[in-house]
Write a protein that binds this ligand. Structure first.
Ligand code: DX5
Ligand code: ZN
Length: 219
């Protein structure tokens, strides 16, 4: 089985003790750190943005996995790279189809890894043409905007289709899954080919963080 990467979502973190949270995540085996940026326009919630990323990006050694659920990613994506992102994932639905490539190239020009995310209702076929140009495809298993939602099984068929396509064309694109990930749903996603699992409510606020991370990793 592939090595599974766990990317804890900061949306569920206790920001009043954020450095302790980061230290504990790193010590517990998290390799990526998932920043859920929300603008209250593309999604019906506001989370945090550039100043928060800037202040936290270099306070740990995990990969800064920045998920921008915002409008106008073409304008803002480079700013998230400057603020410390190592991977910027934008939403297919936030731009016209004809602009997707431009956003991908804009992020790559900044020597940053690039991801493309699709909401539950968006079909996998829409992003197949971009798979060989991106480092990560982020499959949303909840409607973006909030942590603590229930996993949507529709994501499993999309992961499986992406896995087949990526393997058939020998691509190195990682499949990341985001929303409602826990011991049971995480295992299902890995079984159909996911590489990276984002988790918020399953990881934060519980005693046994490292065993929960290991459970998601399948170890
Ligand atoms: C939702 C975010 C997810 C969410 C995950 O819009 O993109 O990353 O915070 O939280 P859980 O794991 O609690 O569903
Ligand atoms: Zn996310």
């Amino acid at each position: 089985m592939n090595k599974i990467i766990v990317s804890p979502s900061l949306l569920s973190a206790d920001f009043s003790k954020i450095q302790q949270e980061l230290d504990l995540l790193e010590k517990s085996g998290a390799e990526w750190l998932h920043f859920d940026v929300m603008d209250g326009h593309f999604v019906p919630n506001i989370s945090f943005g550039l100043p928060v990323l800037k202040s936290l990006a270099h306070k740990h050694h995990m990969l800064n996995d920045v998920h921008i659920m915002i409008s106008n990613p073409l304008f803002y994506a480079p700013k998230f790279v400057d603020a410390g992102a190592n991977l910027v994932t934008f939403h297919y639905e936030a731009v016209k189809n004809s602009e997707v490539l431009k956003v991908i190239e804009t992020i790559k020009e900044k020597k940053c890894k690039v991801g493309l995310s699709i909401k539950p209702k968006t079909s996998v076929e829409k992003i197949i043409p971009f798979l060989d140009k991106i480092d990560v495809v982020l499959v949303m298993s909840v409607e973006p905007g909030f942590g603590g939602q229930a996993f949507m099984d529709i994501a499993l068929e999309k992961i499986s289709k992406l896995r087949k396509y990526i393997d058939q064309y020998h691509l190195s694109t990682l499949i990341e899954v985001d929303g409602g990930i826990n011991q049971e749903t995480g295992k299902k996603c890995v079984e159909v080919g996911a590489n990276v699992l984002v988790a918020g409510s399953y990881l934060f606020g519980h005693e046994n963080l490292s065993s929960r991370i290991n459970i998601l990793k399948g170890i």
